[in-house]
Design a protein around this ligand. Structure first.
Ligand SMILES: Nc1ncnc2c1ncn2[C@@H]1O[C@H](COP(=O)(O)OP(=O)(O)OP(=O)(O)O)[C@@H](O)[C@H]1O
Ligand SMILES: [Mg+2]
Length: 485
């Protein structure tokens, strides 16, 4: 009954909101045939990214009968015998059907079979799910859901942002749905604390901001937790990188190089970090540190730590930095930090420089060079009173490899650079690209055309890889070829 209580409408809406349909979208077309490689190493074979799914039609659909949805919920809430909210899915469906039939009979209304099924589904989603978001949460092709006020629900599907016909009844309905997400976690969202991070029971990451901070109505963002995390073969198949790059990354992680994955928001940093982590040996003790546990390591010996925000009284915060410092006392073979954003960068660099090699992390930057500036700024945020040159030296000796990732205009994610941090040259940290993605314009279906290319530079850490038993084919680096993508 408690779920229903939370769903109790504040009042019936005066008129149905604008046209909406259940969020059903046509299946995406299958992938187009692979590209032909240009002259270059035959092993390089980037697969294409599927073309964009057609947009959801938003035309003349029937208005949602929220009035009926609310009457059904009220009827069920008032039914002393029904244990709605606690019964199984089949029993709930039956109760909702019965209640809807009663409401229709009482009010003398007739609905088509399609309308009736649609209403039953909406009622079930209201009672046992997250209302209009539920079909999107159930759709595995949807990777992100973004709600901008009650009438705008956007999704990312196969890398493409699109608006859906889904909508909430009104602002109150949207706020109730947000409350439903955050309250089981003991979090609260209201005018005095209008911003919250939370997670759905399946692990999906949720952020909500409500008025007055969100000016045009509550904003809700859900990064869905993929049921099947991508592996290295998936990244190659999606054209994120080519097999040569995968070989280098596998050998580098196995040989305990320190790697930073750099990229913009949503560029796939965490996904790539998870893939890199899969190259860590089974016999190593790994400590992972994140704000919200997203990594899914398959190794048997993993300790996952999660930071914690301050409670309502402003106490009890445990930061990523606290956890990094603590992790060093846990005898880790590897430390994997979901993302460095602040002072923890200093502790991470120090760890990398003091025997915790093979550490992996991500950071927000748009190029390998910018990543160096960002790291420098983050070290300053730690309050360390170090001269610039000393910080740069720390960075240069700690970080071995930068994997730069981008979300391109067509929604595809590419590793645009694999770059070695070579050392210091005067006051500057010197970098050399080993693999790059060269964009060559756009082609049909708004797909980005480009190719991955080795630069001809042989990484100076090659002897380190070999000393660790990681032999790479000698032609991996000097080939002038590339592959279309
Ligand atoms: N290589 C890839 N190809 C296609 N889609 C990808 C790829 N990597 C990640 N994605 C998708 O992109 C979305 C963002 O991925 P991810 O969480 O890894 O990005 P991020 O850079 O860590 O984001 P944030 O900046 O929010 O932490 C996810 O929905 C994921 O499924
Ligand atoms: Mg991330």
């Amino acid at each position: 009954m408690s779920i229903l209580r939370r769903l109790q409408p504040i009042g019936l809406p005066p008129a149905p909101p604008p046209a909406t349909v259940p969020a059903e979208t046509p299946p995406a077309p299958s992938a187009v045939p692979p590209d032909l490689p240009e002259a270059g190493p035959p092993r390089v074979a980037a697969r294409p990214v599927p073309p964009p799914a057609p947009p959801v039609p938003r035309t003349a659909e029937r208005p949602v009968r929220w009035d009926l949805v609310l009457q059904v919920i009220r009827k069920l809430a008032g039914d002393a015998e029904a244990d709605v909210g606690h019964e199984g899915p089949a029993a709930l469906l039956e109760s909702v059907r019965r209640a809807l039939d009663e409401v229709l009979a009482e009010t003398g209304q007739v609905l088509s079979r399609h309308e009736r099924d649609d209403l039953v589904r909406r009622c079930v989603h209201e009672i046992s799910g997250y209302g209009p978001l539920q079909p999107l949460l159930d759709d595995d092709e949807v990777s992100e859901i973004m709600v901008n006020g009650p009438e705008q629900v956007w999704i990312e599907r196969q890398g493409h942002l699109q608006r859906t016909p889904a909508a909430f009844r009104d602002q109150e309905h949207l706020l109730q749905t947000i409350q439903k997400i955050v309250s089981p976690l003991g979090r609260r969202i209201d005018e005095s604390s209008p911003m919250v991070d939370a997670r759905l029971p399946d692990g999906s990451r949720v952020n909500a901001v409500i008025p007055p901070l969100a000016v045009h109505g509550a904003a809700l963002t859900i990064r869905k937790f993929s049921r099947n995390p991508l592996g290295i073969d998936d990244l190659v198949a999606r054209g994120t990188l080519v097999p040569e790059m995968a070989m280098l990354l596998r050998a580098s992680v196995a040989a305990r190089l320190n790697v930073v994955v750099s990229g913009g928001t949503g560029s796939g940093k965490t996904t790539t970090l998870n893939v890199l982590s899969s190259f860590i040996g089974e016999d190593e003790r790994v400590v992972t540190i994140e704000d919200a546990a997203e990594l899914r390591l398959q190794q048997p010996h993993v300790v996952s730590l999660e930071s914690r925000p301050a409670n309502a009284e402003g106490r009890g915060r445990v930061s990523i930095r606290d956890l990094v410092i603590n992790a060093l006392r846990m005898r880790p073979d590897r430390i994997v930090v979901g993302e460095v954003r602040g002072g923890e960068a200093l502790d991470m660099l120090q760890a990398m420089n003091t025997g915790h090699d093979g550490s992996l992390t991500t950071a927000h930057a748009n190029s390998p060079r910018e990543l160096l500036y960002r790291l420098e700024t983050m070290v300053l945020m730690a309050g360390a009173d170090l001269p610039s040159r000393a910080i740069r030296e720390q960075i240069a000796s700690a970080v071995d490899l930068i994997v730069q990732q981008s979300r391109l205009r067509d929604g595809s994610r590419r590793i645009t650079h694999i770059t070695e941090v070579v050392g210091m040259e005067g006051e500057t940290v010197s970098l050399q690209d080993i693999f790059v993605f060269e964009q060559q314009g756009m082609e049909e279906h708004q797909r980005v055309k480009g190719r991955f290319r080795s630069t001809g530079v042989v990484p100076s850490f090659l002897p380190r890889l070999e000393a660790q038993g990681q032999r790479l084919p000698t032609d991996l680096f000097w080939s002038p070829g590339g592959s279309e993508s």
